[in-house]
Design a binder for this molecule. Sequence first.
Ligand code: SAH
Length: 431
Amino acid sequence: MCYAIPGNVKSITGNLITVDYFGEKRKARNDFYNLQVGDYVYAQGGFVVQKIDEKDAEEILDTWKELFFELKKTDARLSRLHNDKPHLDKDFLKIINRATYGKSISHQEALRLLLSTDSDEKEVLFKSANFVRQKFLDNACCVHGIIEFSNICRCQCEYCGIQSSNINLKRFSLKPGEIINVVADAVIRFGFKGIVLQSGEDLSYSSEELLDLIKMIRKKFPVFLFLSVGEREEEFYRKAYEAGAKGVLFRFETSDENLYAKLHPDSSLQERVRYLKFFKDVGYLIATGGLIGLPGQKAESIIDDFLFAKELGCDMYSFGPFIPHIDTSLADDHAPDIEYVLKALSVLRLIDSSGKILVTTALETLHTQARRRALLSGANSIMLNLTPKEYAGLYDIYPRSSTVDSSVEEQVRNAQQLLKEIGRAPTDLGI
Ligand code: SAH
């Protein structure tokens, strides 16, 4: 299985095209290629990343044909609605019924769902979120790779293990040539179509170096590039977009101003949000979100975060649990319970029926089945870690040895197996 299925261009209006995947239609933006109706393309994150030869496309589609419909069947079976349990609270059911019809739910209703402790209610919530995901987005699932290329950081985020004051951490920074090699391996050997370049706020990596890197990657590889490098000058982000990076992964972390200020002595929520609006204006696809279960964070505040991200026009939601790191001032605090995070993701799905929701690696550290459970509770996007093994352990934002120890081959095998078992296909989710 490769990480994208080729689609056939059905219509073109300016730089917006409609792509067909075995009868399913998705929209995508085309900024790079000269296309005509009937051409075959790979799209990722709603962007066309490659135009492919008709013969090659038909050969690939041929290998997918049967499997594609089998996957759909599996997904349809697993996403059936089960809200017929006896004794369910009437108010709870009313909210669930409205949400499963695609109607919006209020802050108070979302909070009622998140705070539910009843095991039947929780099961209904997870299943309803999975039902909504299937109904609005079919069985498409994004699989992106992430390369963490530097753990040098000038920031002092209180929860983060790579904060500038952590003198116990050995710092590293990959050279552009090393990053290119990782991308080459990911794209050519493993078929990745979407890659995130992430680092601390490492200003020793100059904007020119990063821009050259982006241009080089785009020139050599048909891949959708996300940047996750923090706050840099606006000019850099404008040029990076022109150079071919079309996505930004940039969390606002929490929309609670007081909590934000407490945890980020050297930045402000206002500035963080200003960046997100600026990215949107430039044209970037934005992946954003925050931490779930931060010390001092109320459940109300998590719902605020979801509604805030939606209002910002978030294209991909990235919400994961806070995990305490031993070298930080929050070392003695606790990560939230996995059930709580799954409930939160389900509520998020009911808040935005057609958004892309990522399963974060932080969530995956909480339980071996976390990825599967999240994908069955409303999520539809996963990320595999491509950072070379000798460095992955040093990108120590939180303890996560369970997810960084396995090789890319092993991660790819596990992801393919899981997606097959739960009936998900790598068709693009579109825009
Ligand atoms: N420099 C980039 C990338 C930051 S690291 C930027 O500023 O956007 C990526 C994400 O890791 C952060 O946005 C934060 O939400 C998350 N993170 C950091 N420490 C964490 C912890 N202890 N638990 C869970 N997530 C954490």
